[in-house]
Design a protein around this ligand. Structure first.
Ligand code: C2E
Ligand code: MG
Ligand code: MG
Length: 537
């Protein structure tokens, strides 16, 4: 598929990768910082509204308080007619209470107020809200005349009203906003100030108790009223949340772009390094720059060498060593790991074939990569080599890491085939992956290698030093052998031995040795053992 190939090769170019990384990270960081800034703007918006609402409520309560107090005073005094004394009482009341614009006395035959010229204003409407003590007339005038009554309260034969001017003085409504009095258990809303609003607004619920409800188009602030008959609600159209153009956003923008550039630059550098490493790896295989070393594995109780782990080394022509931790993951990605595994197997049998034939108890373990266990190929390769070198399958073990078991079902079959052929199978770096006990039980393995990290923690790190003993107990319960890797101190060796670990590997015993050194170690060990036997005889 040419289109797929072109895309693939595009992704392998360092510049395209760097550009993609920079663009992706810029998009991610920018949307993240935009999100943060928007959230901030929204937060400010609701904080503002909350503050405004609280101020608003306080002043309204003050206003209603005055109206009720005025009515209570009128009710308490004895006059019940339209005498000059009554006019004076009403006038005195409006004089005493700043928010009372008009005060009335009404009975079946007459009515009078503190402003005799405006008597006609007293409404004959039934009250909008009839409470146990007070009645309320809302929106008594829709005319934009500041001197007309906007809100009227009644008690007995008295009424007091506040003018639209007073009301708009105490409440500063946001532009386009309205003050509504919601009655009939949330069914009906009467505008007291500002334009009428469709009711109920989207997102409104009688049951919700948050004071502020934010819908895409409106901010609805519900005021906790002390009077059960009505609820005060302020509705303000929402300005579409403005793009946050405050300094915070500009800072986030600059930092995001800078980080995106750094990520792009870093990706470019890594991709170039990788590309050159990839090319070099191919050349190194061809030129034979790889070497196999053997790190001995000892029986902890007797300190006898029982085998070794084959570890690859890349020695460049200038003598520098490149760590397998660097090039093995790359070789796994490019598939060159197959050639490396084959090389290790071939080289180890060439170098140690004779030693293995002479010491049938000795074994060498070889690290396998994920792609080596996904196909049965390795079984065929090793079978041919073993036949050619007349070495037993028992003497070659294979190490797989938990991360290497990507598709467990396929891996399980291939590992089982290796075991059936006589090889041992080990789980390497155990404890660092995701192998659970249940999972482990189903895998065809003989031995666990406890990762160096847990051995390092022994006796040092109280939090994880308990992990190694757990792994050991678990392995024993599953009848698996245990090898501890990375043992660096005698104390660790003694501790592990007392915990029931049979085998160990680490710098305490030996570092990775060349084939010649390893052969020397084994033959010297044998000579010593023979001499000891002779002495005893
Ligand atoms: P690994 O298989 O877990 O090998 C153990 C690593 O720990 C080796 O590092 C070994 O030199 C190191 N080591 C052993 N004892 C000690 C100790 O006491 N202290 C310390 N600090 N380190 C110790 P190395 O050789 O650098 O290998 C690193 C990893 O590279 C190996 O981890 C293995 O995953 C991979 N690797 C090495 N050779 C091969 C190979 O031929 N094929 C594959 N697929 N992977 C390999
Ligand atoms: Mg290993
Ligand atoms: Mg390991």
């Amino acid at each position: 598929m040419p289109a797929r190939e072109t895309l693939r090769s595009w992704f392998h170019r360092p510049w395209s990768l760097a550009l993609l990384a920079a663009l992706l990270s810029a998009a991610l960081l920018l949307s993240g910082s935009l999100g943060v800034a928007m959230h901030q703007a929204r937060q400010n918006e609701s904080e503002q509204m909350n503050a405004q609402g609280e101020r608003f409520l306080e002043r309204l309560e003050q206003l209603f308080g005055q109206l009720r107090e005025g009515l209570d005073q009128l009710e308490a005094q004895p006059l019940r007619d339209c005498s000059p004394a009554m006019t004076e009482t009403l006038q005195q009341l409006s004089f005493n209470y700043r928010f009372i614009y008009q005060a009335f006395y009404i009975d079946a035959v007459q009515s009078c107020s503190n402003r005799p010229s405006q008597d006609a204003q007293v409404t004959s409407r039934v009250p909008d809200i009839r409470g146990p003590t007070y009645s309320y007339w809302l929106n008594t005038s829709t005319e934009p005349n500041d001197n007309l009554a906007a809100l009227m309260l009644g008690r007995g034969q008295f009424r007091v009203s506040t003018s639209r001017g007073h009301l708009s003085d105490v409440v500063e409504l946001p532009p386009g906003g309205s003050l509504l009095v919601v009655v009939d258990r949330g069914q009906r809303a009467i505008p007291v100030l500002g334009p009428a609003q469709s009711w109920p607004p989207l997102g409104w619920s009688e049951k919700k108790h948050d004071p502020l409800v934010i819908t895409p188009s409106e901010l609805i602030y519900r005021m906790p009223s002390q009077t059960p008959e009505y609820q005060l609600v302020m509705v303000a159209p929402r300005e579409s949340v403005p793009l946050p153009l405050d300094p915070l956003w500009w800072w986030l923008l600059a930092v995001s772009l800078l980080i995106a550039c750094c990520i792009g630059g870093l990706t470019l550098q890594l991709a170039r390094q990788r590309q050159s490493l990839n090319g070099e790896l191919q050349g190194a295989l061809r030129r034979g720059e790889f070497q196999v070393l053997y790190q001995p594995i000892f029986e902890l109780a007797s300190r006898h060498c029982v085998g070794a782990e084959a570890l690859i080394r890349w020695r460049r022509p200038d003598g520098t060593l490149t760590s397998p931790d660097l090039f093995i993951p790359l070789a796994e990605d490019t598939g060159q790991i197959r050639q490396i595994t084959d090389f290790v197997l071939q080289r180890l049998l060439d170098q140690l074939g004779q030693l293995l034939r002479a010491n049938p108890q000795l074994y060498i373990s070889v690290n396998l990569a994920a792609c080596d266990v996904m196909v049965p190929r390795i079984g065929v390769v090793i079978a041919d080599l073993l036949r050619a070198h007349r070495v037993s399958a028992r003497q070659i073990a294979f190490e797989v890491t938990e991360r290497g078991l990507i598709d467990v079902l396929v891996a399980r079959d291939n590992l089982q085939a290796l075991r059936d052929a006589g090889h041992q199978v080990l789980i390497d770096d155990f404890g660092t992956g995701y192998c659970s006990l249940a999972y482990l039980q189903t895998l065809p393995v003989d031995c666990l290698k406890i990762d160096k990290a847990f051995i390092d923690a022994l006796g040092h790190d109280a939090a994880s030093s308990g992990v190694a003993p757990h792994i050991i107990r678990m392995a024993h319960a599953l009848h698996l052998r245990v090898i501890a890797e990375g043992i660096e101190s005698e104390q660790q060796a003694v501790l592990l031995s007392s915990e029931g670990v049979n085998y160990g590997q680490g710098w305490l015993f030996a570092q990775a040795l060349t084939a010649v050194q390893f052969v020397e170690l084994i033959t010297r060990g044998r000579r010593l053992a023979t001499r000891r036997l002779d002495d005893e005889a």
